[in-house]
Design a protein around this ligand. Sequence first.
Ligand SMILES: Nc1ncnc2c1ncn2[C@@H]1O[C@H](COP(=O)(O)OP(=O)(O)OP(=O)(O)O)[C@@H](O)[C@H]1O
Ligand SMILES: [Mg+2]
Length: 337
Amino acid sequence: MKPNLLETLLKNISEKLCESYPTVHDELVGISSRLEELYAKIDIGEDDVRIIGICEMGGIGKTTLARVAYTQMSSHFEGKSFPADVRDISKKLGLISLQKQLLSQILSDECFSFFNVYEGNVIINHRLSNKRVLIVLNDVDNLQNLKCLVGRRDDVYKPTTLNDNDAIRLFNLKAFGCEEVPKEDFIELVEHVVGYAGGLPLALEVLGSFLCDRDASQWRSAIERLQRDSNKEIIERLQISFDGLEEMEKNIFLDIACFFNGEEKDFVMKVLNGCEFFLDIGIDVLIKKSLLTVNKYNQLRMHDLLQEMGKKLLEKNLLMNLENVTDCGREEMSTMC
Ligand SMILES: Nc1ncnc2c1ncn2[C@@H]1O[C@H](COP(=O)(O)OP(=O)(O)OP(=O)(O)O)[C@@H](O)[C@H]1O
Ligand SMILES: [Mg+2]
């Protein structure tokens, strides 16, 4: 098949999919282009197994996108499953229970009994290999878990932050219930908040919902507070990815957040090489976990909100260390007395 014919066919299929569920993304902004890019990676229409990872920083809309794609594509498959919290469930109940959940959702009238992950893996491969199935695994933080459930991923889709127009649209929808700013005195305030959110849907949604129904003076004090102290809900969500890092990677993340965001990678490597072991591996992990990117000028870039989270964490660590030092000092003083 000629490549442009194939492209047209794929475009038609993804347009048809988008058309068939118009209500799903009424409140969602910029979703059509994301869906198109994702469907192009999935290669809809190809008769083989496709495993695509959606990877990016917290709050960018991975789950939202996966949910819409899942809903749109479901009817084209014989079996489907969307385990929502792979990270939590595998920690709390183990991988075997997730494998069983997957199998019993797809092969609904059957019961499965096996006692190790390897056996589960063999059964999944054997029973699902001749079926057309759609599986979305949400919140996977470990490639080994992914392998035990479905296999190695073929490709990765990385959604970008929302462009300025979409960011303003989403924020306005949350703050005012419509796409336009209703009163002139809010225009500058909106620009401020949207700038702070840096195109991150999570931040736009949290801040828009918080400011909804408040007057201009309340907006001003909220903005002032944001400049002094970050929004807890946003930072806590972002911190989940940080908490999943190894100690060495955490240190490198904090170093970059506090001192080197925007600096040339080679320069950072030179400066930090004496302080951090396995620096290149650590940076690579941060890039893979979407906590860091390298731009075309070879500079290390971190989203402003991730940087803010890093600075807050370092501040907290320093304060805790300082408290420990004063506690030790107090104890020493009391034993001396
Ligand atoms: N395109 C969009 N339009 C409107 N709202 C969106 C869009 N994408 C995401 N959101 C909203 O932003 C919030 C964060 O999205 P979501 O949970 O999908 O992010 P995530 O990347 O899965 O985050 P995490 O890594 O923490 O799981 C959600 O409340 C969602 O409703
Ligand atoms: Mg998610």
